[in-house]
Design a protein around this ligand. Sequence first.
Ligand SMILES: [Zn+2]
Length: 135
Amino acid sequence: MHEFTVASGIVDSLREVYLVKGFKITSFKIAIGELSMFDKNILAELVKELLSGTELRNAKFSTIIEEALVKCESCGKSYTFKELVKTLNDEEREMIHFIPELLSSYVKCFSCGSRDLKILCGRGVKVIDIELQPR
Ligand SMILES: [Zn+2]
Protein backbone atom coordinates (compact mmCIF):
# COMPACT_ATOMS: atom_id res chain seq x y z
CA MET A 1 0.00 0.00 0.00
CA HIS A 2 1.73 3.13 -1.24
CA GLU A 3 -0.17 5.46 1.04
CA PHE A 4 1.30 3.70 4.05
CA THR A 5 4.87 4.14 2.83
CA VAL A 6 4.28 7.81 2.19
CA ALA A 7 2.51 8.33 5.51
CA SER A 8 5.37 6.65 7.42
CA GLY A 9 7.89 8.77 5.52
CA ILE A 10 6.06 11.95 6.46
CA VAL A 11 5.73 11.02 10.12
CA ASP A 12 9.37 9.87 10.34
CA SER A 13 10.63 13.11 8.83
CA LEU A 14 8.51 15.20 11.16
CA ARG A 15 9.69 13.22 14.17
CA GLU A 16 13.23 13.89 13.11
CA VAL A 17 12.51 17.61 13.17
CA TYR A 18 11.21 17.14 16.67
CA LEU A 19 13.92 14.82 17.97
CA VAL A 20 17.01 16.02 16.16
CA LYS A 21 16.33 19.70 15.64
CA GLY A 22 14.53 20.15 18.91
CA PHE A 23 11.37 21.79 17.63
CA LYS A 24 7.80 21.12 18.53
CA ILE A 25 5.50 20.97 15.54
CA THR A 26 2.19 22.69 16.09
CA SER A 27 0.77 22.31 12.60
CA PHE A 28 1.57 21.36 9.04
CA LYS A 29 -0.06 20.69 5.71
CA ILE A 30 0.32 17.75 3.41
CA ALA A 31 0.27 18.77 -0.25
CA ILE A 32 -0.78 15.86 -2.44
CA GLY A 33 0.05 16.23 -6.09
CA GLU A 34 -2.90 16.07 -8.42
CA LEU A 35 -1.04 13.45 -10.49
CA SER A 36 0.30 11.47 -7.57
CA MET A 37 -2.59 8.96 -7.43
CA PHE A 38 -2.65 9.03 -3.66
CA ASP A 39 -5.98 8.95 -1.93
CA LYS A 40 -6.18 12.08 0.18
CA ASN A 41 -8.49 10.58 2.80
CA ILE A 42 -6.56 7.35 3.22
CA LEU A 43 -3.31 9.26 3.53
CA ALA A 44 -4.76 11.66 6.12
CA GLU A 45 -6.17 8.78 8.12
CA LEU A 46 -2.83 6.94 8.15
CA VAL A 47 -0.85 10.01 9.14
CA LYS A 48 -3.30 10.67 11.96
CA GLU A 49 -2.96 7.12 13.18
CA LEU A 50 0.84 7.09 12.96
CA LEU A 51 1.10 10.45 14.73
CA SER A 52 -1.12 9.33 17.58
CA GLY A 53 1.57 7.12 19.08
CA THR A 54 4.29 9.77 18.96
CA GLU A 55 5.42 13.04 20.55
CA LEU A 56 3.65 14.77 17.68
CA ARG A 57 0.18 13.55 18.48
CA ASN A 58 -1.05 17.08 19.19
CA ALA A 59 0.14 18.51 15.90
CA LYS A 60 -2.69 19.67 13.70
CA PHE A 61 -2.59 19.03 10.00
CA SER A 62 -4.64 19.36 6.89
CA THR A 63 -4.32 18.00 3.39
CA ILE A 64 -4.51 19.96 0.17
CA ILE A 65 -4.32 18.97 -3.46
CA GLU A 66 -1.38 20.52 -5.27
CA GLU A 67 -2.21 21.50 -8.82
CA ALA A 68 0.16 20.10 -11.45
CA LEU A 69 2.09 22.71 -13.44
CA VAL A 70 3.77 22.20 -16.77
CA LYS A 71 6.46 24.36 -18.34
CA CYS A 72 7.44 24.59 -21.97
CA GLU A 73 11.21 24.16 -22.02
CA SER A 74 11.37 25.85 -25.36
CA CYS A 75 9.61 29.20 -24.79
CA GLY A 76 9.30 29.14 -21.01
CA LYS A 77 5.54 29.47 -20.85
CA SER A 78 3.79 27.70 -17.95
CA TYR A 79 0.44 26.00 -17.94
CA THR A 80 -1.67 24.08 -15.50
CA PHE A 81 -1.90 20.42 -16.36
CA LYS A 82 -5.67 20.74 -16.54
CA GLU A 83 -5.60 23.49 -19.13
CA LEU A 84 -3.16 21.57 -21.32
CA VAL A 85 -5.21 18.39 -21.41
CA LYS A 86 -8.67 19.94 -21.62
CA THR A 87 -8.85 19.54 -25.41
CA LEU A 88 -8.20 15.78 -25.17
CA ASN A 89 -10.88 13.14 -24.79
CA ASP A 90 -11.49 11.30 -21.52
CA GLU A 91 -9.54 8.25 -22.54
CA GLU A 92 -6.46 10.27 -23.46
CA ARG A 93 -6.74 12.33 -20.32
CA GLU A 94 -6.90 9.25 -18.17
CA MET A 95 -3.92 7.74 -19.96
CA ILE A 96 -1.81 10.82 -19.30
CA HIS A 97 -2.96 10.95 -15.73
CA PHE A 98 -1.55 7.46 -15.21
CA ILE A 99 1.57 7.97 -17.30
CA PRO A 100 2.42 11.68 -17.22
CA GLU A 101 5.49 11.09 -19.42
CA LEU A 102 3.04 10.67 -22.28
CA LEU A 103 1.93 14.28 -22.03
CA SER A 104 4.12 15.54 -24.85
CA SER A 105 2.94 12.78 -27.19
CA TYR A 106 -0.55 14.21 -26.93
CA VAL A 107 -0.17 17.94 -26.50
CA LYS A 108 2.02 20.78 -27.71
CA CYS A 109 2.81 24.13 -26.19
CA PHE A 110 -0.11 26.43 -27.09
CA SER A 111 2.27 29.28 -27.61
CA CYS A 112 5.23 27.93 -29.62
CA GLY A 113 4.10 24.42 -30.62
CA SER A 114 7.03 22.69 -28.95
CA ARG A 115 6.59 19.26 -27.38
CA ASP A 116 9.38 19.90 -24.93
CA LEU A 117 7.05 20.01 -21.94
CA LYS A 118 8.17 19.42 -18.42
CA ILE A 119 5.94 18.69 -15.45
CA LEU A 120 7.14 21.01 -12.69
CA CYS A 121 5.09 19.82 -9.77
CA GLY A 122 2.01 17.90 -8.81
CA ARG A 123 3.42 14.40 -8.99
CA GLY A 124 4.52 13.85 -5.43
CA VAL A 125 3.54 14.38 -1.86
CA LYS A 126 5.21 16.92 0.38
CA VAL A 127 4.86 18.58 3.73
CA ILE A 128 4.44 22.35 3.62
CA ASP A 129 3.67 25.23 5.97
CA ILE A 130 5.20 23.60 9.03
CA GLU A 131 4.73 25.67 12.16
CA LEU A 132 7.42 25.09 14.72
CA GLN A 133 7.90 26.04 18.32
CA PRO A 134 11.05 25.67 20.36
CA ARG A 135 10.67 22.81 22.76
ZN1 LIG B 1 6.42 26.91 -25.84
